[in-house]
Design a protein around this ligand. Structure first.
Ligand code: MF3
Ligand code: CO
Length: 304
């Protein structure tokens, strides 16, 4: 018995057959039969039952996880710094500068910078902006604004990604509640992660909590696998049904980052920059993002 696996060798993915006594494909240096053989058999059975299962390229190994955590430390430190500094009257270009300076000072690179042509180091999305707001010296934070600041770090090729909401000055009770409930949605999604459960369980938990509070969840934009690339498979939607989508195998890493709207879920993309998503009805939207790992015990938060 053995397994066909894709191994990254000399810059290419090569399909190889592993024997039971060969070193495991995960790089643990342990024999395959004592490492991921049972894992592969389990995924093989689930696949045979018509389930979506992750490929080996989506499964993070312990050394990779350590490196990703180093990247996450920087990402969280940058967001912590912003919590001290962001205030009324600040242009969002200052947020961009702080993110660039802090990230590079700690040895990382802001992952958004030049990503698919994105021009800045961070996304700053205010009020009805759903995500991918572009920092600008012409956009000044004012009292009553709710702002999502989305930071992502590349440290030596290992990626972390998280975002938080910032409330500027006096924020209305209505908007505060949106921000709070969105944070609870992420927490509920996290708690829905069960080993050998399904990604659809996470989206269902997020959606149900938003819906119970009278909100909607954006459909077109979702979370993603992350760690060895900024954006990897799987795509993570938050309008899903329990027991559907990808099997939650240990080593799978992805973001939970729902965009929750006060009004309708419909959005459009700003034609002026081709990036920023905005609610169609002009009502506010909130988002929090965490990066999580599926483990033998359930889940671990890697970046928040
Ligand atoms: N940080 C965003 C996310 O959570 C992605 C932004 S892509 C960018 O996935 F290019 F706009 F930065
Ligand atoms: Co993300």
């Amino acid at each position: 018995m053995g397994c066909r696996t894709k191994t990254y060798l000399q810059g290419k993915y090569i399909e190889m057959k592993i024997g039971r006594n060969d070193p495991c494909w995960c790089g643990s240096q342990i024999k395959y039969k004592k490492c991921h053989e049972a894992f592969d058999e389990k995924l093989g059975i689930l696949k045979g039952q018509g389930r979506q299962v992750p490929g080996h390229n989506m499964i993070k190994t312990p050394p990779q996880i350590e490196k990703i955590k180093e990247s996450a430390k920087i990402n969280m430190a940058v967001l912590d710094k912003l919590e001290e500094m962001v205030c009324e009257g600040m242009p969002t270009s200052d947020i961009d500068r702080i993110v660039y300076e802090e990230t590079t000072r700690m040895g990382g690179i802001p992952a958004p910078l030049n990503y698919e042509g994105y021009p800045k180091s961070v996304c700053t999305s205010i009020n009805e902006q759903v995500c991918h707001g572009i920092p600008s010296e012409n956009v000044i934070l004012k009292s009553g604004d709710i702002v999502n600041i989305d930071c992502s770090t590349n440290l030596n090729g290992y990626f972390s990604d998280s975002s938080r909401m910032f409330m500027i000055g006096e924020v209305s009770e209505e908007k505060r509640r949106l921000v709070e409930v969105t944070r609870e949605c992420v927490r509920k999604g996290y708690e829905a992660i069960k080993l050998w459960g399904f990604l659809g369980d996470v989206g269902a938990a997020v959606h149900d909590h938003a819906f119970a509070n009278g909100y909607t969840v954006v459909k077109e934009i979702g979370g993603h696998g992350v760690g060895l690339e900024f954006h990897e498979e799987p795509w993570v939607g938050y309008n899903t049904k329990p027991g559907t989508k990808m099997v939650l195998a240990p080593g799978l890493m992805f973001t939970i980052e729902p965009m929750v709207n006060m009004g309708d879920s419909k959005i459009y993309i700003d034609e002026e920059n081709d990036w920023t998503a905005i609610t169609e009805d002009g009502l506010p939207s909130a988002q929090w993002e965490i990066q999580v790992l599926v483990t033998e015990n359930g889940a671990e938060m890697i970046c928040w």
